[in-house]
Each structure stands twice: as structure tokens, then as C-alpha cells.
Ligand binder design. Structure first.
Ligand SMILES: Nc1ncnc2c1ncn2[C@@H]1O[C@H](COP(=O)(O)OP(=O)(O)OP(=O)(O)O)[C@@H](O)[C@H]1O
Length: 969
């Protein structure tokens, strides 16, 4: 070894000392300073455990001031190296003496690490390779973003989530009936979008009283940390400076805020417009209304946002609640190209039946007859149907025929009606729901209420509203009188609560003051302490009340809500609902019942309706029950029939004693409901259902996830990962493990792991039953970040191992190289869906033959033995030239493999992006609003993607030198 003062060397065994500088050389000894560690060592020259550091052309070097440069030329002057290069930050030409190098050194290339004696354990190399493979598998997995949610595997939810989650900038209306899991669907869509990198900034707008529920659901079910934004938070963020205020919405990337607040603060909405979100989720979207071309304020707000934000999910169980115009307008928010003309939309609505029949025909296994083919050809443009129809007819295999049928169905759904934009599952389609039982309680109207109505009428006051809320009318006249002292509904309520003392009861009434007065009366008269939930309480108070109601043992028996309790909340642990006054629209009624009639409800639901005989309430109750059957079943035609019968109902409300014609109205409603039901069954709703529940494919998807969970691959990998990282693992009972940090961890922090540890399980059912357990799947942050930690760091990049094998001459070397094929492209193109970082393993013998196919990784891994570090360093030194030669061979091999991988990925991209382009072209044939520029830009995007995939590159990620010996194993 020849040393010169000023040269840079590193320690063979203590790489953590950093880059050393020779500061003294005499005949026998060499003195080296390690500035980063502030240590100086003196070694005998002949046996110094040091390795010379010299960089090559193309390497990246770091100056001690921190900037980096690419080496273009290496020169030597009196044993010292001088690098010429180009700065990475500004392109400036530089000359850098090795003395000026940074004191810490990181070797980018695995071979540099190997030659610099930075040799890791062989089992860490194996973990690294497995991590790369698993990471690639995650990118490609069709289950990604669907399997990690802490929830049961419900096919229709998984179907919608998959269908929408993989779209680019999805814009859909999730309109499943109440309680079928729209929040879950939205979460899974979001999760997939986040995983694929298509979305980073997310905004959720919800009615005020659902903010916390969303916050908790996103965290508990998806491990997604959202922040609640309100006025206080924004003002805090802005501070007091008067100058240019920062946009508070730019301070976080996942935000929940209340619609009510945004409407009250238009300046906040302005800030939202500028905050560049990628995805907007709007819950309870029926609040957005648009009648006779005029939007309400909520609609106008979301319209502005929808214009700027590429992806949009609207959630509403009652999409047609505010009339068809509003429904149309919400669809227009989603796809202004597709829905640009209300009249045309109405006409299209009439055309569902032939489309539904065509889809039915395709769904059947039988061969299509000539008439059916003709209908299909009329419904689709020739370029959309001809090829596929001929494929169905030809003798291609059954699978291809099925695929062609599926594609035709997709196209029919896409081109006709609300197609890809609207998803609606119904209880009937999902099945397994408990019964709903209507319990009417007819009571005598107290004289006080009658008198009050009479007085008001005499005074010429309008008493419309009071028809349904006589107690309010009474209070208007007698502000100090206590209606609950004589109202028979109170006696009934007290008696009822006592009769079901162990059960939870949800009571909903229209007005907050009624709820408050009822709670007071129950407390004072009966000693029953109910929980309250209404709009005049703060959010925290409401959440606390809901939590108190949910407590099993010591919680409140009854929750008394104003109308805001009818929306969005999860109260399926209760099975008694009292409608203290009836909601005045069938959709509102369904919303209210939906609090209990939800996934997770295990008992039959009892709907108690106390009303006064011969009152407007009794009229409405009968019409709901005998006309619509809306208590005991969901009634999709409810809104439509209400619109139709509204006038007649009004007159009966006002004269509930004059019932002439009422039976006829009930009869008429019933008949129309049945015929509408049949109509919907054959046409629009049937079509919607077919495409919303996903059929056999959705069942299969749920089964695939369940099957993946049966495999031990994840738990084996995870436990191996935890082990090598140095986490402590302790069995904490049935199928659960407590993992916690230890003092000897390979990395200072393991992402996502709290100091006190984490109780985990790989079992979905157990995680559902036990809230305190983390449900670990491939999608869990612990696993995803663990994979990133290994794949993105230096762990296991190099290794040397022994292969005891009598059949091979001792001292034979094998070089195992792991390459990674990657595409370098702007993130927004999201090319990792076609070509994720792809590991390629080569196993070269001394002659450069690749044995990877013959000698599988895991088989070889089992036979390998670790080698002592000193011996490993010596072997590497001795075989350096051979290793370099083999790497050169491997590069040639990789050029071929990379071409193949790119061709495959390119074909996939061509297929998918081509289909998107075709869809837009097909739609543009029926909708002149699609601008040619849009089609051109999609075509450009496709070309750009294909070109970039073709230019994918590979890099050597890690390598392991294997040396045979003939010792027994
Ligand atoms: N896959 C599932 N596994 C377990 N529980 C579920 C699942 N899907 C939904 N639930 C539960 O069912 C209830 C209804 O779900 P969710 O709130 O998502 O429905 P929704 O359609 O948004 O209801 P709404 O129309 O009332 O807003 C919730 O309590 C939810 O936690």
C-alpha cells in the first residue's frame, strides 16, 4: 500500500468513521484522521485495515460544503486524485482535489460499497431482495388499496372501490342506499388513488355534524390522518400580520371541513379554490341543489371547486331528493361534457329499457339472436361494437367471448344513461338485512292543541308547518306553558322506555327545542337521563353525546336528536327508532331509518311512530305505510310519487277529518309504486344495479382478498423484517403480537411504531372484533414504510456468503446481482401502473452464464452460510477484477431483459391508454362539447407515456458474492 498525505481512505471494519484523511506517513506507520468522527488512528503501513477511496467517471461526489458534482475526468498528481466535473445544481464546471471531499461518504453503487468493505449480512441481502419483489408485487396487485381497510369484505363495496379507484381523476356519484357503506367505498377509492400517487391533496366537505365521524373513520379504518379545519384553526395559522396572508389550506394535505362553515365564510371558499387539491369528497351531496337553472350556494361553492379539482366523489343516498333537475346538475358537476343538456338528459332517461334488455341478453350465457345484435348495433357506434360482436360469434375460446361481452356491457353502460358516473346498490341487491317493522301508535289529540290551532286560524296566521308540530303552535300562544305535561306522546314514551330498559332507543324529531324539552321532561318526570344531539350544541358536545349513547353498559338509553341526527351517523347498535314527528319527505324518512338500518345491524328494526288520530301526521303516516310501504322497505320511487301526490296530500293534511278520496289516493299510490317498481326493475335501476354490485367478479374479488390473507407470506415477511430491524416481538395472545422498539435497532426509528409498541394482528376478523389491535395487511403503513425503508436505504446492498457444495470445486465464485428496471417520468403520468420498479435477479457463474432460472432464490438462500467479515473483505479484494468483469457481462444481459420488460409494459399502456382515448372519441361523436384539444392532449399523453416506457433504465441495486467450499453443511 502506498500512502500520501492528503489521500482519502476509509476503514475496512468501521465504515461509520467516515472518510479518512492521511495526515502522516513514515517508514513504518501511517496516521489517518477521521474528521467526521473526530478520531485519529495510527496503523502499521503493511497491515493497515484501510481501503483507498477513488471515484470513477460518472460517479457523483460531494464537496465538504454540501454541493454535489458528476465526475467527468479523474487525474492524478503526486499520488493525489483531482476530479474534474460538473455541479449537479447549476451545471458549473469544477475541479476538486480529493482533500476537499465531504467527511462523510455514501456509496451509491453496490459494487463501490463492496469494494469499500461495506459488506452487510447475507440474510439482510435476502430481505432486501424479497422486499424489492414484494414492493413490485404491491404496485401490480389488483387488491392494493382494497385489502387494508379494517372492515368486512363486502363484494359490492369492493367492486365499486376497484372500478373507480383505478381510474385517472375519477368523478363519480356514490349513491348506494343509506347505510350500505358509501364512506367505506370513498375511503377505498381514496386509498388506491393515494397509493398510485395520483392524488396527494384531499379535501372532504361534510355537514358539520359528520366531521368527527369522518375523521375517526378515516383513521380507524384506513390509517389516514386527516385534519379538521375551522375558523379558529385558519385564523391561528394566518397570525396577525396584515400583509399577504398564507393560504391555511396549503398547510396540510388531507383536510376535512364543514359545508356550513364554508357557506358562512365565502373568503375561506376563495382560499380553497386556490389550494390545489387533487381530490374532493363531498358527503351528503343532496345538499347541492339546482332548480330552474339556479344553483343554491352549496352547489355554487362545489361547482367552483369541481372546476379546479380533477377528481370528485359525491356521496348521497338520496340522489334525486331535490328533484331530477338537481340530480342532473350534480351529474353535470361530475362530467360537464356528458351532461350538458337537461332536456336531452330527460329523453335519455326514457331510453333505459332497450339498453337494459341488451345488457340482460349479454349477461345470459346463450348466443345472441339477430334481433338482439341489431339492437346492440343501434345502441353503439360501429367502431364500438362491430369487432366485439364478431368476436362473440367467432370460434374463439370461451374466455375471449366472455371478455368481448363484458366490454360490450361496459360500453353500453358508459355511452348510455348515467353509466360510469353513478353507482347505486340497494338492500334488495345486497341482501342479508334484518326486517323493518312499523309500529304505529295512534293517540288522541289533546284539546289544548285543537284550541291553539283554532285560535291561530282565527288570527289569520298560517298554520301549515304547525300541522305537523302542534306543540310548537301551542307554545307560540302560551310561551310559558309546558306542553309535555299533557301531550300523551310523553306518557307513551316513558312507558315504552321502561318496557325496553336494556335496549338503546333513537328518537328523532324535527326541531332542536322539542328534543331539549323532551329530554327535560323525561329527566324531571321519570328520572330518565337521555343524551341530546342537535344543531345548537357544539361539535364536541354532539360527539360526546353520540359516544355516551353508544356506550354499552353505562351509556344513555335514549338519544334525542333534532333532524340533524337523521344524516350520516352510525347508530346501528340500536334497533328501536322513534319518529316523534314524521319527516315530511320520503327521502328524509329513509335517511332517518337508515341510521339503524345499516350494515352491522343485527336485530330487526322497530320503527315507532306516535301520531295523533285524525291529524296531518296520521294522514302522512298512512300514506307512507299503505301507499309507499316506506317504513318497512326502501322505496326508490318515493320521491317521484311524493312530487306527484303532494298537492292531494296537502288538502288531506288540512282537513284530516274529510277523508273522502283518501283511500283512492292510497290505492293509486300503491299501484303506481308497483308499476314504477316494475318499470325500474326492467330498466334504469336494473342497469344501475348490474353495474353497481359487480356480480360474480365482485364475489371473486372478496374471495381473492380472503385467500391472500390465508397465505403466510405477509406474516413471514413481516416477522422477518421486524427481526432483522431489531424490534422486540412478544406473543400477546390469540393471533396477536406486541412489537416494540429495542435498544439495538438497525435504524433509529421504525416508521409508524410508537415508543410503547404496537399490538398487531394479521387476522381481519380479530381486528374487527378488537378495536385496540392494528390490522396488518400489505397496505398497512408499517409494512409499506418498512418496504420503503429497506428498498430505499442501504440495508443488504452487498453481501458475501459461503455455499457448502461438494459437487462444485471449492473456491468457485458465483455473483448474484439484483437489478432494478425503472422508468423515469413526471409523476403525473403515473407510469408505475405499467412499469413499477422491477427487480431482476441474475446469478452468474465465473464464466458469466446466468443460472438464475435454474437456481431459484429461496432454494439457494437455504443452502448459504454466513462468512466472517474479515474473510469476506479478503475474498472481495482478491476477486475484484473478476467481479467487475462479471458486472460488465451482466449489463449486456440486462439490456436484453430490459427491452423485454419495456415491450410488455408498453403493450399494457397502449391497451389501457388506447381504450381511454377511444372512449373520449366515441363520446365526442354524441357530444359536441368535447373539445378536439382534449382528445389531442390525451393522445399526446399516451404518446409521451409510451416513449418514456421505452426509455426505461436499469440500475444495479444490490449484489452478493458467493464462494463455494466443500465443508459439510
Ligand atoms: N365492509 C364493512 N365492514 C364492517 N362495517 C361496515 C362495512 N361497510 C359499512 N360498515 C358499517 O356500516 C355502517 C354504514 O356505513 P357507511 O357510513 O359507510 O354507509 P353510508 O352509505 O355512507 O351511510 P349514509 O347513507 O347513512 O351516509 C357504518 O357503521 C359502517 O361502519
Amino acid at each position: 500500500m502506498s500512502f500520501q498525505i492528503g489521500q482519502r481512505w476509509i476503514s475496512e471494519s468501521e465504515s461509520e468513521l467516515g472518510l479518512g484523511l492521511i495526515v502522516g506517513v513514515d517508514v513504518r506507520r501511517v496516521t489517518i484522521l477521521f474528521p467526521a468522527a473526530q478520531e485519529q488512528r495510527v496503523y502499521a503501513k503493511a497491515a493497515a485495515p484501510l481501503i483507498r477511496v477513488s471515484f470513477q467517471v460518472q460517479d457523483i461526489i460531494t464537496h465538504h460544503e454540501g454541493w454535489q458534482a458528476k465526475v467527468l475526468e479523474v487525474m492524478e498528481n503526486n499520488g493525489l486524485l483531482i476530479y474534474q466535473g460538473e455541479r449537479c445544481d447549476n451545471g458549473q464546471r469544477i475541479v476538486l482535489a480529493e482533500t476537499e471531499l465531504a467527511q462523510r461518504i455514501a456509496f451509491g453503487k453496490p459494487q463501490d460499497r463492496l469494494f469499500a468493505a461495506q459488506i452487510d449480512r447475507s440474510d439482510r441481502f435476502a430481505l432486501r431482495y424479497r422486499s424489492l419483489c414484494y414492493q413490485q408485487a404491491q404496485f401490480r396487485s389488483a387488491l392494493r388499496g382494497l385489502r387494508g381497510v379494517r372492515a368486512g369484505l363486502i363484494p359490492h363495496q369492493l367492486h365499486i372501490a376497484r372500478e373507480v379507484g383505478r381510474r385517472i381523476a375519477p368523478r363519480v356519484l356514490l349513491a348506494d342506499e343509506v347505510g350500505l357503506g358509501k364512506t367505506l367505498e370513498a375511503g377505498m377509492i381514496l386509498q388506491q388513488q393515494l397509493f398510485s400517487g395520483r392524488v396527494e391533496r384531499v379535501l372532504i366537505i361534510v355537514p358539520e355534524n359528520l366531521q368527527h365521524q369522518w375523521l375517526v373513520e378515516m383513521l380507524r379504518r384506513f390509517n389516514l390522518h386527516f385534519s379538521l379545519f375551522d375558523e379558529a384553526r385558519c385564523t391561528d395559522f394566518e397570525g396577525t400580520e396584515e400583509e399577504e396572508k398564507p393560504n391555511p389550506f396549503s398547510s396540510e394535505s388531507m383536510i376535512i371541513c364543514a359545508l356550513d362553515w364554508l357557506l358562512a365564510r365565502p373568503e375561506r371558499a376563495e382560499q380553497l379554490y386556490r389550494a390545489e387539491f387533487d381530490l374532493l369528497i363531498m358527503d351528503e351531496a343532496h345538499h347541492l341543489s339546482w332548480t330552474q337553472g339556479k344553483p343554491n350556494r352549496a352547489y355554487a361553492l362545489v361547482e367552483g371547486l369541481a372546476h379546479n379539482i380533477p377528481a370528485l366523489l359525491l356521496l348521497s343516498a338520496t340522489p334525486e331528493q331535490l328533484g331530477r333537475e338537481s340530480h342532473f346538475a350534480r351529474l353535470r358537476l361530475l362530467d360537464p361534457h356528458r351532461f350538458h343538456d337537461y332536456q336531452a338528459f330527460l329523453e335519455e332517461q326514457q331510453q333505459y329499457r332497450p339498453v337494459a334488455e341488451a345488457v340482460q341478453a349479454l349477461l345470459k350465457d346463450s348466443v345472441l339472436d339477430e334481433r338482439q345484435k341489431k339492437v346492440l348495433a343501434q345502441l353503439l357506434a360501429p367502431q364500438d361494437s362491430e369487432l366485439l360482436l364478431s368476436r362473440i360469434d367467432s370460434n374463439v375460446d370461451e374466455n375471449k367471448q366472455m371478455q368481448a361481452k363484458q366490454q360490450l356491457i361496459q360500453r353500453l353502460i358508459d355511452r348510455h344513461g348515467t353509466g360510469r358516473l353513478l353507482f347505486r346498490n340497494t338492500r334488495r341487491g345486497v341482501k342479508g338485512f334484518p326486517r323493518r317493522i312499523y309500529r304505529p301508535i295512534s293517540l288522541e289529540m289533546p284539546q289544548q292543541y285543537r284550541n291553539a290551532a283554532r285560535v291561530m286560524a282565527l288570527l289569520g296566521e298560517k298554520v301549515e308547518e304547525a300541522l305537523f308540530y302542534p306543540e310548537r303552535l301551542f307554545q307560540q300562544i302560551n310561551p310559558d306553558a309546558e306542553w309535555w305535561c299533557f301531550d300523551p306522546r310523553l306518557d307513551w314514551l316513558s312507558a315504552f322506555l321502561k318496557s325496553v330498559r336494556q335496549e338503546k332507543v333513537l328518537l328523532i324529531c324535527r326541531h332542536a327545542d322539542s328534543a331539549v324539552q323532551l329530554a327535560r321532561a323525561l329527566r324531571e318526570k321519570e328520572g330518565i337521563h337521555g343524551a341530546l344531539f342537535h344543531e345548537n350544541m357544539s361539535l364536541t358536545e354532539r360527539d360526546r353525546a353520540a359516544a355516551y349513547f353508544a356506550e354499552e353498559e353505562s351509556g344513555a338509553q335514549i338519544l334525542l336528536c333534532s333532524h340533524i341526527g337523521s344524516e350520516g351517523r352510525n347508530f346501528q347498535f340500536a334497533s328501536h327508532l322513534i319518529l316523534f314527528d314524521l319527516p315530511t319527505h320520503p327521502d328524509l324518512l329513509e335517511q332517518a331509518i337508515g341510521r339503524l338500518d345499516r350494515i352491522g345491524q343485527c336485530k330487526d328494526i322497530q320503527i315507532h311512530v306516535p301520531y295523533f288520530a285524525h291529524s296531518a301526521q296520521s294522514i302522512l303516516a298512512q300514506w307512507y305505510h299503505l301507499g309507499l310501504n316506506a317504513f318497512e322497505a326502501t322505496c326508490p320511487a318515493g320521491a317521484l310519487l311524493f312530487e306527484k301526490c303532494g298537492q292531494k296530500l296537502q288538502s288531506f293534511y288540512r282537513h284530516p277529518d274529510k277523508l273522502e278520496g283518501f283511500d283512492a289516493l292510497l290505492e293509486e299510490t300503491r299501484n303506481e309504486r308497483l308499476s314504477l317498481h316494475n318499470e325500474l326493475e326492467r330498466g334504469r335501476d336494473r342497469l344501475l344495479e348490474i353495474h353497481s354490485n359487480g356480480g360474480a367478479a365482485a364475489q371473486q374479488l372478496a374471495a381473492d382478498i380472503a385467500q391472500e390473507e390465508q397465505s403466510p407470506a405477509l406474516s413471514e415477511f413481516a416477522l422477518n423484517l421486524f427481526d432483522l430491524i431489531g424490534l422486540e416481538q412478544e406473543d400477546s395472545g390469540e393471533k396477536s403480537i406486541l412489537i416494540s422498539p429495542s435498544a439495538t435497532m438497525l435504524v433509529p426509528d421504525f416508521p409508524g411504531l410508537k415508543e410503547e409498541g404496537l399490538n398487531i394482528t394479521f387476522d381481519r376478523q380479530l381486528a374487527l372484533a378488537r378495536e385496540e389491535l392494528e390490522f396488518i395487511s400489505w397496505d398497512h403503513p408499517l409494512i409499506r414504510q418498512g418496504l420503503d425503508l429497506i428498498c430505499g436505504g442501504d440495508i443488504g446492498k452487498t453481501a458475501v456468503a459461503l455455499l457448502p457444495n461438494k459437487a462444485l470445486p471449492p473456491g468457485t465464485i458465483l455473483l448474484e446481482l439484483i437489478y432494478c428496471v425503472e422508468v423515469q417520468a413526471p409523476k403525473q403520468l403515473q407510469l408505475s401502473r405499467f412499469l413499477p420498479p422491477t427487480p431482476i435477479r441474475l446469478l452468474l457463474d465465473a464464466k458469466g452464464n446466468d443460472l438464475a432460472e435454474k437456481v431459484a432464490f429461496e432454494g439457494l438462500e437455504k443452502q448459504l452460510k454466513p462468512m466472517k467479515k474479515n474473510s469476506a473483505i479478503q475474498i472481495v479484494k482478491m476477486t475484484k477484477e473478476r467481479i467487475l468483469g462479471l458486472i460488465a457481462e451482466a449489463e449486456k444481459n440486462m439490456a436484453r431483459q430490459c427491452r423485454q420488460i419495456c415491450a410488455q409494459a408498453g403493450a399494457e399502456a397502449q391497451l389501457q391508454l388506447g381504450a381511454e382515448l377511444e372512449r373520449l372519441q366515441a363520446l365526442s361523436a354524441v357530444n359536441k362539447n368535447i373539445r378536439p384539444q382534449e382528445i389531442q392532449s390525451l393522445a399526446r399523453l399516451k404518446e409521451q407515456s409510451l416513449a418514456l416506457i421505452e426509455q426505461a433504465v436499469w440500475r444495479l441495486d444490490s449484489l452478493r458474492l458467493i464462494l463455494t467450499n466443500n465443508e459439510p453443511r
